[in-house]
Design a protein around this ligand. Structure first.
Ligand code: FE
Length: 286
C-alpha cells in the first residue's frame, strides 16, 4: 500500500530512543492498572508526569474506583476506550465518561473528586495521563474540557489510516482541546495492515507513542503492544503497520524545564508548596 510518508514529510525524523513496558500496579481503591510513565524505568517525560493504562473485563479489577481524592498543580486527561465512569467534584461538576469520551481536567489550585465505574463487570479500558502545569498556572482556577465521543473528530489522512484528533491537528482536522499551556498533541491512530502514517510535531516538544493494539514500525524500530516508544527530538513521526493492524496514541507537549516536587496527587515546584497543598487540603480549602 502506498503511504504519504515520502510526499508529505521531509523534516528530521523522530527516532525511537527507548522502548518502555509498563508495570502492573494498583491505585485508588484497588483498581488494577499498568503504569507506563511514572515508574522507575520512565519516571517522567517533561511535561508528562504519569501515564496509566487500565483494561479489564473483571469488575473486581476496577469496582473500587477512585473515591474522593484531591489534585493540585497539574492536569489529568482521561480517555475512555471501553466502559463507563462517572466523576464528581466538590465544586459541583460531574459527568459520565462513555467509550470514546475525553475528560481534560486542569486541576490548577485544586479540587477533590471521585472517579467511579458505572458498571459492575464487563470491559473497562482507557488511559489516564497527567500533564504538568507551568509554575505560573499551578494555582489557576480548575477547568474541565469534556467531550462526548461524537465531538472527537476523525481524520483520514492516508489510505487505511484513521486518527481521532483529541488535541492538535491532522490533515486540517483540529481536536477540540484548547488553551492548554503545554500546547499538546494527543492522537488516537488506527492503522489497517499495510498502512502508514506520518505526522509533523513541533520540533521542541517531547513526545511518545504507546502501542495498545497490534504492533508497528516507528521509523526502523518495531514497537509491540503495550510498549511505549520515547521519541527523539525532531519533527516527523512515522509509523507503519506491516504485519497486522495497529492502534496507538501519539502524545507530545512543550517541556516546562521547571523544578518538580511531587507528593501523591499534588505536583508543585517546591517542597514548601507541597506543604501548603497538604495544609489546604486538610483544612478543606481545595
Ligand atoms: Fe483523580
Amino acid at each position: 500500500m502506498s503511504t504519504n510518508l515520502a510526499e508529505v514529510e521531509t523534516g528530521t525524523e523522530r527516532r525511537v530512543v527507548a522502548v518502555i513496558r509498563g508495570v502492573p500496579t494498583s491505585d485508588g481503591a484497588g483498581v488494577k492498572l499498568t503504569r507506563v510513565i511514572g515508574q522507575r524505568a520512565l519516571p517522567d517525560l517533561d511535561p508528562f508526569l504519569m501515564l496509566d493504562e487500565f483494561g479489564s473485563e473483571k469488575g473486581a479489577d476496577y469496582i473500587g474506583g477512585f473515591p474522593d481524592h484531591p489534585h493540585r498543580g497539574f492536569e489529568t486527561v482521561t480517555y475512555m476506550l471501553d466502559g463507563r465512569m462517572r466523576h464528581w467534584d466538590n465544586k459541583g461538576n460531574s459527568g459520565l465518561l462513555v467509550p470514546g469520551s475525553v475528560q481534560w481536567m486542569t486541576a490548577g489550585s485544586g479540587l477533590v473528586h471521585s472517579e467511579m465505574p458505572e458498571q459492575e463487570d464487563g470491559l473497562m479500558r482507557g488511559f489516564q495521563l497527567w500533564i504538568n502545569l507551568p509554575a505560573k498556572d499551578k494555582m489557576c482556577a480548575p477547568r474541565y474540557q469534556e467531550y462526548a465521543p461524537d465531538k472527537i473528530p476523525v481524520a483520514k489522512p492516508a489510505p487505511g489510516v484513521s486518527v481521532k484528533v483529541i488535541a492538535g491537528e491532522v490533515a486540517g482536522t483540529k481536536g477540540p482541546i484548547g488553551g492548554v499551556a503545554t500546547d499538546p498533541t494527543y492522537l488516537d491512530i488506527s492503522l489497517e495492515k499495510g498502512a502508514g502514517f506520518s505526522h509533523r510535531l513541533p520540533k521542541e516538544h517531547n513526545a511518545f507513542a504507546y502501542m495498545f493494539e497490534g504492533a508497528g514500525m516507528i521509523g526502523v524500530k518495531e514497537v509491540e503492544k503495550q510498549q511505549l516508544a520515547v521519541l527523539s527530538q525532531g519533527e516527523v513521526f512515522s509509523v507503519t503497520a506491516e504485519a497486522a493492524p495497529a492502534r496507538l496514541i501519539l502524545v507530545a507537549g512543550r517541556p516546562l524545564r521547571e523544578p518538580v516536587t511531587k507528593y501523591g496527587p499534588f505536583v508543585m515546584n517546591t517542597p514548601e508548596e507541597i506543604h501548603q497543598a497538604i495544609a489546604d487540603y486538610q483544612a478543606g480549602r481545595l
